[in-house]
Design a protein around this ligand. Structure first.
Ligand code: NAP
Length: 249
């Protein structure tokens, strides 16, 4: 029985991996001027009630930025701070996205969900609204968290992910993540796609690997959400990875 399972699963996983493969994005020069001063920025955090989103909000506030947390349920936002504004909305509702977008310098997205088991376009339709609102409100920069294991990082979350977790649980989710990445890649904003390995709730270590070669074809690489937030916030002013999709682990 197990042999039959493997005989079906392995070719299916290989075909799925081939279909989810894309050429690496090519680094781009910055298109839009940075805000004149090196002072605080006005940042919109999408997915602010999630694991990574909360870390981004906390660290951004600690760095002195003015933060707008975009949330579906304000009661879930348990951080209070003079520089924090909570904007209630849904990424699938364009009017709420545009309303939160006005006056921002950059967007940090840690959007995610747990509806893995059926096809949906939450991440890509949400990103379409975010990009449309960024253009309408002239917000120049997007830092978006996706994941290792798709596009040109296919296979880099390790064997268990490639041959079991992706085909059995995450296939619809990752298809939509790929669509989300493709929308970002086609956009005219200054963007960085950030692809972490498996996320943990551990503390920030401040030491992690980043770049196009991060990830491992045999076993999963891990990183804490706090370190992902740290890296994403650094991309607000750093042009090293503009138009690229570095892995993190
Ligand atoms: N888990 C992993 O090991 C792993 C590994 C690599 C990459 N990633 C990716 O990293 C990202 C962040 O993951 P996470 O686990 O830190 O996040 P998470 O806890 O799953 O949080 C997701 C956030 O997205 C928000 N959201 C969902 N649908 C929304 C909608 N329609 N409108 C507005 N907001 C919406 C959620 O709001 P609510 O609180 O209202 O639900 C929540 O704040 C995800 O894209 C995930 O796929 C995860």
């Amino acid at each position: 029985m197990f042999r039959i399972f493997l005989a079906v699963m392995i070719p299916y996983a290989l075909i799925l991996s081939a279909l989810l493969w894309r050429r690496p994005p090519v680094r781009r020069e910055r298109k839009y001027e940075r805000p004149a001063s090196n002072g605080p920025l006005r940042v919109l955090v999408i997915g602010a009630t999630g694991g990574t989103g909360r870390e981004i909000v906390q660290q951004a506030l600690a760095q002195g930025h003015q933060v707008t947390a975009f949330v579906r349920d304000p009661a879930k936002m348990q951080i209070e701070h003079a520089n924090l504004r909570v904007a209630k909305g849904d990424v699938l509702d364009y009017a709420t996205v545009e309303s939160a977008m006005r006056g921002q310098d950059a967007v940090l997205s840690a959007l995610g969900h747990k509806r893995f088991l059926y096809p949906n376009k939450i991440q890509s339709d949400g990103m379409r609204n975010i990009l449309r609102a960024m253009t309408a409100c002239e917000v120049p920069r997007l830092i978006c968290e996706t994941a290792l294991g798709i596009s040109n990082s296919i296979g880099r979350l390790g064997l268990p992910h490639t041959f079991f977790i992706l085909p059995l649980i995450l296939q619809f989710y990752m298809w939509d993540k790929l669509r989300q990445e493709e929308l970002i890649r086609a956009s005219d904003r200054d963007w960085v796609i950030v692809r972490p390995g498996v996320l943990t709730n551990g503390p920030a270590r401040g030491q992690y690997r980043h770049g196009p070669e991060v990830g491992n074809y045999f076993w999963p690489v891990m990183i804490s959400r706090a370190d992902v937030a740290d890296f994403m916030l650094k991309q607000l002013r750093d042009d090293t990875y503009l138009g690229m999709a570095p892995g993190l682990g």
